[in-house]
Ligand binder design. Structure first.
Ligand code: C2E
Ligand code: CA
Ligand code: CA
Ligand code: CA
Length: 280
């Protein structure tokens, strides 16, 4: 048993050490990335299902890593969150997206909106952060409703207190709030009613099998009816086929986002696409 214990130990320890070292290294790299401006935002169009106009784009974080190339959030977001750096990175994201939508409103459509994802830690922190955003938006002369904050539905449940308060404050400033990944958490109708939300994003996992799974279709239809009764608009996420799109349209879904229209792309490409006119 002693021997086995030692074996297990010697097998386990270096691994843990490595993992801890790797985490530390990524945290250092992320800090450097901020300083050296290695982050970029790519934008994915959100399409109005009535008419096909691109009315909004979701800002999605990318890291142009000097050695590893263009990285997606799955590769680094967990480290950004566990190290707390997401607060600073997220602050950059917000300001960058605001600057960008200001340009689009001049060049494309004065009502164009940008969607920004927030991690819970960003809402748990200092209230000054939100004030800073408000000042930034005001300095740009941007109507506050140009920015949509996307939060995962879990955020509303786990964090009573500061998070919900911050959200209220942001909404009081005039920003819109979207509930992201709807259906994957534990939201109830009561939550939707209680927290002033503008948009509901149906998670990709319900859209995926829309054509083959009548249960998923029934769910989407019910969510859309319910959302509309509560005065919310609905975005379907991860729409990949025309057949899915047709079902969503028939169900009265307001907006769709997904590879059937476009993958996330650099800002200039998004502007060119939006200028081409209706996507659907
Ligand atoms: P999300 O907010 O649910 O964003 C949608 C994700 O689905 C994006 O992945 C997008 O590229 C992908 N997607 C869009 N359409 C389709 C489709 O038709 N099929 C499939 N299979 N996927 C599609 P991405 O860009 O890798 O982002 C992953 C997640 O990382 C996001 O999920 C969001 O939770 C988080 N994230 C991205 N940017 C930020 C950010 O600036 N701040 C924070 N806190 N989180 C971010
Ligand atoms: Ca999102
Ligand atoms: Ca989502
Ligand atoms: Ca999702």
């Amino acid at each position: 048993a002693k021997h086995g214990g030692r074996n297990r130990y010697s097998y386990f320890t270096p691994d843990l050490q490595l993992a801890a070292q790797a985490r530390q290294q990524v945290a250092l790299d992320l800090r450097l990335a901020l300083a050296e401006r290695q982050f970029e935002l790519h934008y994915q169009p959100i399409v109005n299902l009535r008419g096909g106009a691109i009315v909004r784009a979701e800002a999605l974080l990318r890291w142009r890593h000097p050695q590893r190339g263009l990285l997606c959030p799955v590769d680094f977001l967990p480290f950004a969150e566990s190290s707390g750096l997401i607060v600073e990175i997220g602050d950059w994201v917000f300001r960058q997206a605001a600057d960008q939508v200001r340009l689009w409103q001049d060049g494309l459509d004065p009502a164009f909106q940008v969607s920004v994802n927030l991690s819970p830690a960003q809402l748990r922190g200092d209230a000054a952060l939100c004030r800073g955003w408000f000042e930034h938006v005001a300095a740009l002369g941007l109507p506050a409703r140009s920015i949509v904050i996307e939060i995962a539905e879990g955020v509303l449940l786990d964090q009573a207190g500061p998070v919900v308060e911050r959200l209220r404050a942001l909404r009081a400033m005039g920003l819109q709030v979207a509930l992201d990944d709807f259906g994957t958490g534990y939201s109830s109708l009561a939550h939707l009613k209680r927290f002033d939300i503008d948009l509901l994003k149906i998670d990709r996992s319900f859209v995926q099998d829309l054509v083959s799974d009548s249960g998923d279709l029934a769910l989407c239809e019910a969510v859309i009816v319910m959302a509309h009764k509560l005065g919310l608009q609905v975005v379907a996420e991860g729409v990949e086929t025309a057949a899915q799109c047709a079902l969503l349209m028939a169900a009265g879904c307001d907006f769709a986002q997904g590879y059937v229209f476009a993958k996330p792309m650099p800002a200039a490409a998004l502007a060119a696409l939006a200028r081409q006119g209706p996507a659907a």
